[in-house]
Write a protein that binds this ligand. Structure first.
Ligand SMILES: Nc1ncnc2c1ncn2[C@@H]1O[C@H](COP(=O)(O)OP(=O)(O)O)[C@@H](O)[C@H]1O
Ligand SMILES: [Mg+2]
Length: 232
C-alpha cells in the first residue's frame, strides 16, 4: 500500500492562564492508502484535536505533518482551506443536512459548490449508501440513520482522499450505527477512500483495519486488526 501521510512528534499545545495544555504531546504515525482507522480514547484525550490537525483545520505547534510527502500548511488559513478542499471529507455527528432541500438536492448542491455537478453520480452515491428509494424525500421525512447516510454520500461526493468523522454515530442506536458503518465501509472501498473515525464506541472496532488508542495527547496503542467486517 502507498503511504498517504505521516505525522512525526506532532504537538498541539495551548497556552492558558493555568499553564500549558498539551492536547497533543508527541504523536507519530503513518497512514497508508486504503486503511480504515478507528481512533479511540476517553473524553479530553486529544481525539478532536488530532482530527483537526489531520484536516488542517488547526495548526500544530510542533512536529511535522506530511501528506503525499508534502508539508501540510499551517498558520495560513488560505492554504489550509485549499488543502482541505482538495483532500479532506468530513462527516459530522449532527448530519447538517439542509432541511429545505431533498436528499438528492443536498448532494447536487455540494457538487455544485465544488464545481462538478453530476446528476448520475449523485444518484449512484445515494444508491451506494442504500437510499435510492429516498432521493426525493426531505431530511425531515427520513430516519436519523438514513440522514447520516445522506451525509456520508455528501461527504464523498467530491472524492476526498481522506475521510474524517468525529463521533459520527454518536447520535444513533446500535443497530442504526451498524447500518451507517456498513454503508461507510462500502462507500470507502468503492471510492478508494482512506478514513479515520473518532469514537468511544468499542463496538465499531470491527469495521476498522487498524485501531489507534490515545490518552492524554499520546498514542498508547496502535494495532492492525483482523478484519471482522469487510463489506458485502
Ligand atoms: N482551545 C483550547 N484551549 C485550551 N485547551 C483546549 C482547547 N481545545 C482543547 N483543549 C484541551 O485539549 C485537550 C484535548 O481536547 P480534545 O481534543 O477536544 O479531546 P477529545 O476530543 O478526545 O475529547 C483537553 O484537555 C481540552 O480541554
Ligand atoms: Mg472530541
Amino acid at each position: 500500500m502507498n503511504k498517504l501521510l505521516k505525522m512525526e512528534n506532532l504537538e498541539r499545545h495551548y497556552e492558558t492562564p493555568a499553564g500549558v495544555v498539551k492536547a497533543l504531546d508527541g504523536v507519530s504515525f503513518e497512514i497508508s492508502e486504503g486503511e480504515r482507522i478507528i481512533l479511540l480514547g476517553p473524553s479530553g484525550s486529544g481525539k478532536t484535536t488530532l482530527l483537526n490537525c489531520l484536516s488542517a483545520l488547526d495548526s500544530p505547534t510542533g512536529g511535522t505533518y506530511k501528506f503525499f510527502e508534502s508539508e501540510v500548511p499551517r498558520n495560513n488559513s488560505e492554504k489550509m482551506t485549499s488543502f482541505r478542499r482538495e483532500n479532506i471529507g468530513y462527516v459530522f455527528q449532527f448530519f447538517n443536512l439542509l432541511q429545505d432541500l431533498t436528499v438528492l438536492e443536498n448532494i447536487l448542491l455540494i457538487q455544485e459548490l465544488s464545481g462538478n455537478k453530476d446528476f448520475s453520480r449523485a444518484k449512484d452515491l445515494l444508491k451506494l449508501v442504500g437510499l435510492e428509494a429516498e432521493i426525493d424525500r426531505f431530511p425531515g421525512e427520513i430516519s436519523g440513520g438514513q440522514q447520516q447516510r445522506v451525509a456520508i454520500a455528501r461527504s464523498i461526493a467530491k472524492r476526498p482522499t481522506l475521510l474524517l468523522g468525529d463521533e459520527l454515530t454518536g447520535n444513533l442506536d446500535t443497530e442504526t450505527s451498524n447500518k451507517v458503518m456498513e454503508a461507510l465501509v462500502g462507500a470507502c472501498k468503492q471510492e478508494n477512500i482512506t478514513s479515520v473515525f473518532v469514537t468511544h464506541d468499542e463496538g465499531l472496532v470491527k469495521y476498522a483495519t487498524r485501531v489507534i488508542r490515545i490518552d492524554s495527547g499520546k498514542i498508547i496503542s496502535d494495532e492492525k486488526i483482523d478484519n471482522q467486517y469487510d463489506g458485502v
